[in-house]
Design a protein around this ligand. Structure first.
Ligand code: GLA
Ligand code: ZN
Length: 676
């Protein structure tokens, strides 16, 4: 895998000179202002296909060379984009197959991200374009890496895609007999006798065959990856030393990004939190949750690839960033492992739908604005943080989020229509982060051996090998948390026979016989007669209540009401050298904080900072010798934290109580041996 070689934290963003070719004075001013703002990295030519190939086969690259040369001469590096996120009109008109089909209707030319990911013509056009770009610019010293396309998303249902889907199914299942068996097609006479009978799930077609819906989700993800491989092929061949990245959308629904890790060298993420929308504490945690997830996509540090220095143009209400928030939100990404702070975009366009989207430079072309000063301050701060470049976030704790499990839960009908998987995981994440620790958010197939505590709530579908992995983890001394609706189905949505949680029965030491669903106005609770240290005697719960019979597990808490009052709601089972907890219901937030606090004590998890005020988060990066600790205040009020080390932004030595202002951030540096 090629590495992103940066000599400083990357600072910059999307730069679209192709929109300004008639304004040479603007292009010259850009570079001067970039230097003033401490910008050292820009993503260029993301949507520039029309400028690069104005008519079929005629490539125009002189303008781009001039821009890249000028950037280089001024010490600014480039992530060069491939332009496949949008295509010129001539292509759609001459080759309509490049456009997407939905509900049997082919889209007209327009918008962006409107391409078929199977179309041979589109694949060939993209391949030729990328080959040309790699030959022209691959060796340019300014080019540090390749920004492949832009925010891949969506799906297509044309005949090429239907055929590709059938091929994908053949590869996965081999025979129709196997599909019929694995998909339980005897139900409602769905038995397939010819491959051509299989189509994508769609509103006017098959929507009741849950494994088909799941297979389509997997296919869309895999087919997009296949499209990406085609994009990357000439780049890898011509300049194998330059890394490729894609700008992901984090918890985006369409892809299992973690499965892209063999193809993508480092991952970007585009972050647009709703700062100032009423609850920055929650927004801050939500953002941290996503960053901790994106960090796990690949082994290299991730990149904050887009963020906005002021306001977006597409929230219902587009708030300006409050003073301090640009610094706080930018360094929050660094705190969680990003090696860049990139923005969308460098300069606002004069026209088009994004002309009011925030940018470093507005229509006044001024480098003397509040936004410009905020951006410059981040550039300066990143220079002070340079010793932390390349350092890693290390965690004792992992929370399992699995995209395939999310899809499987969504296609399952019952016991709750709205599965609330993401909200549930967020509650667990929030409970864990309250402890003042780093948390990794990982897929179910991840290597768990380095963790002390793994939370795997709501793991409805067990992919092959996952049950064994969880058992090995606990046997070796790990602590695992499972919950209601765990271990119900295999990778094709077939229920495990012989009692739930299927292959996790012995590990959990319980059998889950039934699962009750609660209306939003229903309430149950967990009663703890002998609460473990740090826990209370009772907590509220709701949403779902699994009815369980312990086999080898010990009951720690029981239901507080309904006909199953007094039966187990929280159990723990010793397994090998470790233990497995089973949380049978969805508890109120304070339970998760107390529960994980109790488990952190039991498992000897070292806290970065104890007793943080709610809404102050902490994250730590480290290299061989040094710990870099980030304290972040999202509460809207000044807050006190206990910290020690050198304040990397001011150079002051800190010891003891430190007051974080509103939207404040403190970054300390201390020798690893000196931190407690
Ligand atoms: C996305 C896209 C950008 C731009 C921004 C606006 O992240 O990648 O091209 O449209 O949104 O917020
Ligand atoms: Zn298609």
């Amino acid at each position: 895998m090629a590495k992103l070689m940066l000599s400083a934290f990357g600072h910059g963003g999307d730069y679209n000179p192709d929109q300004w070719l008639d304004y040479p004075e603007v292009l010259e001013q850009d570079v001067e202002l970039m230097k003033k703002a401490h910008v050292n990295l820009v993503s260029v030519a993301i949507f520039a296909w029309s400028a690069l190939e104005p008519e079929e086969g005629r490539y125009e690259t002189a303008w781009l060379r001039k821009i890249i040369d000028r950037l280089y001469e001024n010490g600014i590096s480039v992530l060069l984009a491939t332009p496949s996120g949008a295509r010129p009109a001539w292509m759609s008109v001459k080759y309509p197959e490049v456009l997407r089909v939905d509900k049997d209707i082919r889209n007209h030319h327009g918008n962006r991200h409107n391409h078929c990911f199977s179309s041979p013509v589109y694949r060939q056009k993209v391949h030729s374009m990328n080959e040309m770009l790699a030959r022209e610019f691959g060796a340019h010293p300014a080019v540090k890496g390749w920004h492949i396309s832009n925010e891949y998303s969506g799906e297509c249902r044309c005949e090429y895609c239907q055929q590709a889907f059938r091929q994908w199914l053949k590869k996965r299942y081999g025979t129709l007999e196997e599909i019929n068996k694995r998909w339980w097609t005897a139900f409602w006479s769905k038995t397939f006798t010819d491959w051509d009978q299989i189509r994508s799930p769609e509103a006017n077609g098959e929507m009741s065959l849950t494994p088909l819906k799941l297979a389509w989700r997997r296919f869309v993800s895999d087919q997009t990856l296949d499209f990406i491989k085609n994009e990357i092929e000439p780049i890898r061949r011509i300049c194998p030393d330059k890394p490729v990245t894609i700008n992901t959308m984090g918890f985006h629904y369409h892809f299992d990004y973690a499965s892209f890790a063999d193809v993508i060298d480092f991952f970007g993420y585009d972050s647009y939190p709703y700062w100032g929308s009423g609850d920055d504490v929650k927004t801050g945690l939500d953002t941290a949750f996503t960053y901790d997830f994106v960090r796990g996509f690949g082994p290299q540090n991730w990149s904050l690839m887009e963020s906005v220095p002021s306001q977006v143009n597409w929230h219902d209400t587009c708030k300006l960033k409050r003073p301090g928030m640009h610094m706080l939100s930018s360094l929050q990404a660094v705190a969680h492992g990003s090696d860049t702070v990139m923005m969308f975009q460098w300069r606002k366009g004069r026209g088009g739908p994004e002309k009011f989207h925030g940018a470093v430079i507005s229509h006044d072309s001024s480098g003397d604005t509040r936004v410009f000063r905020d951006v410059t301050a981040v550039g300066e701060a990143l220079e002070k943080l340079k010793p932390a470049l390349g350092s890693k976030v290390k965690s004792d704790v992992a929370l399992i989020f699995d995209q395939q499990n999310r899809w499987a839960l969504d296609v399952a009908e019952g016991p709750q229509k709205d599965k609330q998987y993401m909200q549930t995981l967020f509650e667990h994440y929030r409970g864990l982060k309250r402890l003042g620790i780093n948390v990794d958010v990982v897929r179910s197939e991840a290597d768990l051996s380095a963790y002390k505590l793994v939370a795997a709530p709501y793991l409805y579908m067990l992919l092959p090998g996952v049950a064994d992995k969880l058992k090995d983890f606990v046997s070796a001394g790990g602590t695992l948390v499972l919950s209601y609706m765990s271990g119900l189905v295999d990778e094709d949505d077939l229920c495990f026979m012989g009692g739930f949680p299927g292959p996790l029965k012995e590990l959990a030491g319980i059998i889950n016989t039934e699962t009750d669903a609660l209306y939003p106005y229903d309430e149950n609770g967990i009663t703890l007669d002998n609460p473990p240290e740090g826990m209370k005697a009772g907590y509220k719960s709701g949403f779902m209540c699994a009815l369980i019979n312990p086999t080898t597990a010990r009951t720690v808490g029981t239901y507080s009401s309904d006909f199953y009052k007094g039966t187990p709601a929280l159990t723990v089972n010793k397994y090998g050298k470790g233990e497995c907890w089973y949380l049978a219901t969805r508890p109120e937030q304070s339970f998760l904080e107390d529960f994980y606090g109790m488990l952190a004590g039991r498992t000897n998890i070292q806290r970065i900072s104890a007793a943080l005020p709610e809404g102050v988060t902490v994250s730590r990066r480290e290299n061989e010798n040094t710990a870099f600790t980030f304290y972040m205040n999202f509460t809207g009020k000044p807050q006190k934290v206990a910290a020690s080390g050198r304040d990397m932004l001011t150079g002051d030595e800190i010891s003891g109580e430190y007051e974080l202002p509103v939207n404040g951030i403190l970054v300390t540096e201390a020798a690893l041996g000196e931190i407690c």
